[in-house]
Design a binder for this molecule. Structure first.
Ligand code: CTP
Ligand code: CA
Length: 223
């Protein structure tokens, strides 16, 4: 028995996983968020850990607790997540499963916003958040495998293929998150894995099983 079998196929590898939503403040008591539960990212971090990887898990405020045995970095905003990701490199693999908010409120208030009695609603202004996946893909110390996600509601393959090119990542894990699929917030997932070789439709599986298969695929790619 050699070290490979004792430690698992990802022994000695550092894997960065992002997961969950981000929260973008409006004022100290209010924020903008999205419906990501963090379930798929959390399952992936656990599956990568189980294959022997050292996992840095950068997570927004998710519904599910982070897995045991990984290095957890909790963040709130997309801008915080970028900083935590930058601090976590170098890594052999980056798996960017977080549902990063696309915009933050650029005129967020430092104190609680109050109704002024006139019936007027506040005008929120938005600014685009940094693209963390694109940043990792272009980093000087780029991980040798960068995996992005694409949760879409229509034209899944076309949007996800374009995203892979635009963000210069190696793989995109695409899925259809239309409400009828029950995937967002549910326990199952049905992904299409897009690589340089093309697109593979995976069967509908639990998020845990999807994670185990993806982790094995990552180990194969690194071998
Ligand atoms: N992502 C990121 N930083 C952002 C936005 C997205 O790192 N500011 C990552 C996500 O973690 C995911 C991938 O990019 O791995 C695709 O996210 P998605 O929201 O589908 O892509 P966007 O470029 O934001 O496109 P869209 O307008 O469709 O939301
Ligand atoms: Ca987005």
């Amino acid at each position: 028995i050699d070290a490979f079998f004792l430690g698992g196929p990802l022994a000695g590898k550092h894997v960065l996983v992002t997961s969950g939503p981000t929260h973008e403040p409006i004022d100290p008591v209010r924020y903008i968020a999205n419906r990501s539960s963090g379930a798929q990212g959390t399952a992936l971090a656990a599956a990568l850990r189980d294959l022997g990887a050292r996992v840095t898990f950068v997570t927004g405020p998710a519904d599910v607790p982070p897995p045991a045995g990984v290095d957890v970095r909790r963040v709130q905003t997309a801008r915080d997540m970028l900083q935590a990701v930058q601090a976590a490199l170098p890594a052999d693999v980056a798996v960017m499963a977080a549902a990063v908010a696309d915009w933050h409120v650029s005129n967020a208030s430092g104190s609680k916003m109050k109704k002024d009695g006139s019936g007027a609603a506040p005008a929120l202004a938005f600014a685009e958040n940094p693209d963390i996946l694109a940043w990792v893909s272009r980093a000087a110390n780029r991980p040798s495998l960068v995996v992005g996600f694409a949760a879409e509601t229509d034209n899944v393959l076309a949007h996800a293929t374009a995203k892979r090119a635009r963000k210069e990542c190696d793989w995109i894990v695409a899925n259809d998150v239309s409400p009828a699929t029950g995937i967002m917030g549910g326990t199952e997932n049905a992904i299409t894995l897009i690589t340089a070789e093309g697109a593979e439709d995976w069967p509908r599986l639990t998020k845990d099983e999807t994670a185990r298969r993806l982790a094995l695929r990552i180990a194969e790619a690194l071998a």
